[in-house]
Design a protein around this ligand. Structure first.
Ligand SMILES: [Zn+2]
Ligand SMILES: [Zn+2]
Length: 465
């Protein structure tokens, strides 16, 4: 097909898309007021202080993945107080709440609940009370924001033209809680899901995101390299696994530096056509780039003993499923064969499943831009570069169109915030109303603007309702 035909086809699909969006009864001005009003509501002290209280309570009692029993209990108690029905448990501690008509269309907004296995170094009144556990990624703020959104939405439930599903998921930090919730069918008949993350990189009052791939897919590996231990002064009688593991680590670093195309580290644009359910024409932003990092190296306990084995482990990242699978294969080959050079045996294990690449729908990117612009103004919408970090939100975005974005927290007058996973990480609680209002606005306007044709949705509902 030549270029002019592509342009014609894309134009036709775009017109079709506009027609499907024309069911909304509100004027553009009335739609634009929704995010502005939600932000005003969320900034009212009775709501913002309440969110701060919830966030601090959760911060004091951090719980690791699939152990968020108290956090989940607190969420359910707040939903009970608001009169919001929910389904629990899903994926051990997870739950989903429902606000609106109980009928289609459905849209989901999501928060993760788990903390990290690390010691908090920040000295403040609401410091973690649990030794070795800390909300060092801001998931305590995410729960508070989603509960804030629940409050805003419940107060305006009679204006909701469909059903908002509140997703509180366990175990984002490596546990893949999102996959278990998605497998449980929580997104059946859902049109879209939105997720956010607080960020110390971007200023307060801004949001940042991008279309297409935003976060890498990732896998984890661990290898045990076995030799023959013995006296450190008599290496000729041993097979040294430490030396073998050292060579393995060096060789692993050659996978990306010698085998990946150096030009792949640059972001490239390609035009492609998405014939998804929405029949929208879309520009996919294709991203490459790979990482292999060995972050764990354990072997031996004495100065004068060569151990029997050494263990190494690490992570690998890529922006495609194929890229991840190629890295997996090469990591296994390099470890086993390089170990064999040193007369050692090696066994390699990988986590399952790998976290997929987080891909933002182009159509939702446009939609998000419209809503966020109405709330925050054009200058506060940041088009960001992809990150090599990964998110299990990607499991949701594999099932239905998904959109993941960052909510800025940086306020230079209050000093430099530390990034997530630092033991000095702090949350600027002034960001809580922004997250709550964005969640509520994205959900409400989505239901207004993406009303399905009436005949197509008869009989569809969530059995929980
Ligand atoms: Zn994290
Ligand atoms: Zn996180």
């Amino acid at each position: 097909m030549d270029f002019s035909k592509w342009v014609l086809l894309i134009s036709a699909l775009y017109m079709l898309l506009l027609t499907t969006l024309s069911n909304c009864s509100l004027t553009p001005e009335e739609l634009a007021e929704i995010p502005v009003n939600f932000l005003k509501f969320a900034k009212r002290p009775e709501i913002s202080d309440w969110m701060v209280g919830i966030r601090r309570k959760i911060h004091e009692n951090p719980e690791l993945g699939f152990e968020e029993f108290e956090t989940s209990k607190l969420i359910r108690a707040e939903l009970d107080k608001m009169g919001i029905p929910y389904k629990y448990p899903i994926a051990i501690t997870g739950l989903v709440g429902f606000i609106g008509t109980g009928k289609p269309p459905f849209v989901a907004i999501r928060a993760d609940m788990d903390a990290l296995a690390m010691q908090e170094s920040v000295e403040w009144e609401h410091k973690s009370k649990v030794e070795g556990k800390m909300h060092g990624c801001g998931h305590d703020a995410h729960v508070a924001m989603l509960l804030g959104a629940a409050k805003l939405l419940q107060e305006h439930r009679h204006d909701i033209q469909g059903t908002v599903i509140l997703v509180f998921q366990p175990a984002e930090e490596g546990g893949g809680g999102a996959k278990i919730m998605a497998d449980a069918g929580i997104l059946e008949n859902v049109g879209a899901i939105f997720g956010l993350h607080v960020s110390s990189r971007f200023p307060i009052g801004t949001v940042a995101s991008r279309s297409g791939s935003i976060l890498a897919g990732s896998g984890v590996f661990e290898a045990v390299i076995s030799g023959k231990g013995g006296h450190a002064a008599l290496p000729q009688h041993t097979i040294d696994p430490i030396l073998a593991a050292s060579n393995v680590i060096v060789s692993l670093q050659h996978i990306v530096s010698r085998e990946a195309d150096p030009l792949d580290s640059q972001v490239s644009l390609s035009l492609s056509l998405s014939l998804s359910l929405s029949l929208s024409a879309c520009v996919l932003v294709c991203v490459s780039g790979e990482v292999v990092t060995v972050a764990k190296f354990q072997g031996g306990n004495a100065f004068n003993v060569i151990p029997n084995s050494a263990t190494i482990g690490g992570t690998f990242r890529a922006f495609s499923k194929e890229g991840l699978m190629e890295l997996k294969q090469r990591i296994e080959e390099v470890i086993t064969r390089q170990a064999a050079v040193q007369r050692c045996n090696a066994t390699v294990n990988f986590n399952d499943p790998f976290f997929p690449v987080t891909v933002n729908s182009e159509e939702l990117h446009q939609y998000f831009g419209n809503v966020a612009r109405d709330m925050l103004g054009e200058n506060n919408i940041i088009e960001m570069k992809p990150l090599m970090g990964s998110e299990d939100f990607s499991f949701f975005a594999e099932v239905v169109p998904g959109y993941f974005y960052y909510v800025g927290m940086q306020n230079e007058t209050q000093g430099q915030l530390q990034p997530g996973h630092s033991s000095y990480f702090t949350v600027n609680e002034d960001a809580l109303p922004y997250g709550a209002a964005l969640h509520a606005s994205l959900a409400t306007r989505y239901l207004l603007e993406y009303q399905p044709k009436s005949t197509s949705s008869n009989g569809i509902s969530h059995d929980e309702l």
